[in-house]
Structures are given as structure tokens and as C-alpha cells.
Design a protein around this ligand. Sequence first.
Ligand SMILES: Nc1ncnc2c1ncn2[C@@H]1O[C@H](COP(=O)(O)OP(=O)(O)OP(=O)(O)O)[C@@H](O)[C@H]1O
Ligand SMILES: [Mg+2]
Length: 382
Amino acid sequence: MKLNKQDVYKALEKITVPGEGKNMVESGAVTNVMVFGDEVVVDVTINNPSLQARKKTEVEILKTIHAEVYEKAKITINVKVGAAAVSEKPKANEIKGKPLPGIKNIIAVASGKGGVGKSTVTANLAVTLAKMGFKVGLLDADIYGPSMPIMFDVAQEKPLAVNIDGKSKMKPVESYGVKLLSIGFFTQPNQAVIWRGPMASKALNQMIFDAHWGEIDFMLIDLPPGTGDIHLSIMQAMPVTGAVVVSTPQEIALADARKGVAMFQQDSINVPVLGVVENMAYFTPEELPNNKYYIFGKEGAKHLSEDLKVPFLGEIPLVQSIREAGDVGRPAAMQEGTPIEAAFEALTKNVVQEVVNRNTDLPPTEAIKITTMAGCSPVNKQ
Ligand SMILES: Nc1ncnc2c1ncn2[C@@H]1O[C@H](COP(=O)(O)OP(=O)(O)OP(=O)(O)O)[C@@H](O)[C@H]1O
Ligand SMILES: [Mg+2]
């Protein structure tokens, strides 16, 4: 019997690498094959460092070569554990830790102070993530003033009901590649909605759990302004991967942003802060795009992030067209080739990177961490 390399490779192509859907040769796991008479030496690199995985790989190679090539071949297998197993960072679009079926990451956007541009930043992050190819959901949790239906030009729409496995589910409204649900779809315009925290979190729970979101890489939550009870309820109701805190450079906004960061870091919430965004960082007149006027002070949010030891995610200028774009329902980051698009792209990339870092370093956030009232879920708490 004359053994040859090609036959060995062909046989090894019949072994699939678990979790990769590729065969050993295709995935690059087989690094070398040597044949001397009736002896075969196979070098393989595997990503699973466990002894069991090693053994399993060896047995499969032995069996396959004996069955497919030559039943009396003398086989030596050198198994190496790949560097990937030790240092592999998940790719941005296959991030670890699935807190909810189908929803990979939940990012809460908060501010402390109102009117600093939370919703504007959230809407633009959402469309930028969608442009990058991610599957994006957006939950407008601002029970005081939901703004997403207008910002996405879907104020006249209502989510439809769909039947999924015999259960009726809400179908998010889709706009610019972003799936959207908002408290605003369920209230009349101009109707002040005064909800207590538990009621709001119940409504939000329904929008997350009783909706047909499908696969989502990033679910953004636009929170109401402030750091009150309502935030506590929302944070406790769902496993938020991380929080983004928006601030403008003024002292007064920074003081509130500091409270916002502290809110996420307190023991009863314990949501990792992905970083701080400086919105309205400087004013740029449309006709003088290279001029920067630091009308609210310079780099306040940047210094705050350094002070609090949380990442600085980026700065967004104060530009008239950002406001106009929000008002007409087409987020400014969609204006291709503009500095605004570039600013939101830089910000979004940093957010994705921080999510990847967070998921590499920390375990998934637990949905309900508090135990202020033993045995009561925050949703039912009175
Ligand atoms: N970078 C910017 N350039 C110009 N205008 C902006 C910018 N960011 C936000 N705005 C405008 O400022 C106003 C407030 O923004 P936005 O509604 O996003 O703030 P918010 O923090 O969500 O407010 P609230 O606390 O009421 O929810 C809006 O009219 C918006 O268009
Ligand atoms: Mg808002």
C-alpha cells in the first residue's frame, strides 16, 4: 500500500471543526501532513484547549485515516493549541454573552441633564451601526418625551401585531434599517405620560420581551433625562450590556453627567459604563466648516471621562443641520461624505470597540441585580 499526502488531506476534509461549520483543512487547523512509507504525521492546531477536545480530535483523525486511507497506517498526531484560543477577541458582529434570545447587546444611552442630545446621539448611533452592517434595534424609553418616532419619520405609524408560534407579538416599525419601538407609538402626541418607575419598566419589558425583534446585534435604549427612580427600574428590568453617557461641555451638564455615570456604577445597578460622549463639543458654521468655536467650553466631557476613568468615546460638533435633520426625521449621520457622518462613524466605532472590550473582560450583566425587596421583581414592586 502506497500512502500519499493528497489522500490523507482528502480524508481530513471529512472532519468538521465544531462550531466553525468548516472542515479541518479548510479552517486551517491542519498545519502539516507528512508521509513516510506507511507512517503518517499530522500537525493540527485547535482552538479549544481542553484535554477532551484534544483527545476527540486525535481519535477522529486516527479513525478517519484508518477508514478512508489505509487501515494499517501508523499515525502520529501533534496537537497544538492555537493562539486564537488564548487571546481571541470576538469579532464585532459576533459578540459574546447573549443576555436575551436573539439580542446580543443592549446599550443604554443616558445623560443626567436633559436636552444635551441623548436622543440625537442615539438616533445617529443607530443609523451608523445599521450602515456598518449590524442588526440594530432602538427602544425609545423616554416616557416623558419620546422623540424617536419623529427623528425616524415614523410618527404616523403603529407597530403591527404578528403571530409567532401561536403568540401575538409586536412588530417593531422599521426605518433606515433600524427596528424601532417607542412609548410614543402607544400614547397620543402631546399627552403627558406620568408613569411611575414600575409601570414604565413594565411597558418597556413588553416592548422588549413581547416584541418580535428577531436577531439584533445592538439594541439601543434612549433613556429619559435624569437619574431617578425610573432609571433604576429600567436598568433592573433588563440585562444592559453597557451604558453610554452623553454630556455637553458646560459645567452644569458635566455635574449631571457625573451623576449619570455614578448611577450606573452603584451596586444596585452595576452596569458597565462604556464611556462618555461630548455632544455640542464646538460650534461649526456650515459655511466655515474648518472653524471651531468652543462656546460651551473646551473638552469638558473629555476631562470628565479622564477624571472618572471611563473611556472617552468621541465628540460631536454643534451644527445646525444636525438639529434640522432630527426635526425632519432623517438622522444627520446619513448625509454621506460630510464631517457629521465622519464624526458619528468615529464615535460608533469606539462604542463597538468598548462593547467588545467589555464582553471580553466582564461576564454578562445580570438582569435583576437588586434585592431591595426580597422576592419582588421590580416590575411588580409597588
Ligand atoms: N450636535 C448637535 N448639533 C445641533 N443640534 C443638536 C445637536 N445635538 C442635539 N441637538 C438639538 O438639540 C435639541 C435637544 O436634543 P435631544 O432631543 O437629542 O436631547 P435629549 O438629551 O434627548 O433631550 P431630552 O432630555 O429632552 O430627552 C434637539 O433640537 C436637537 O436637534
Ligand atoms: Mg431625548
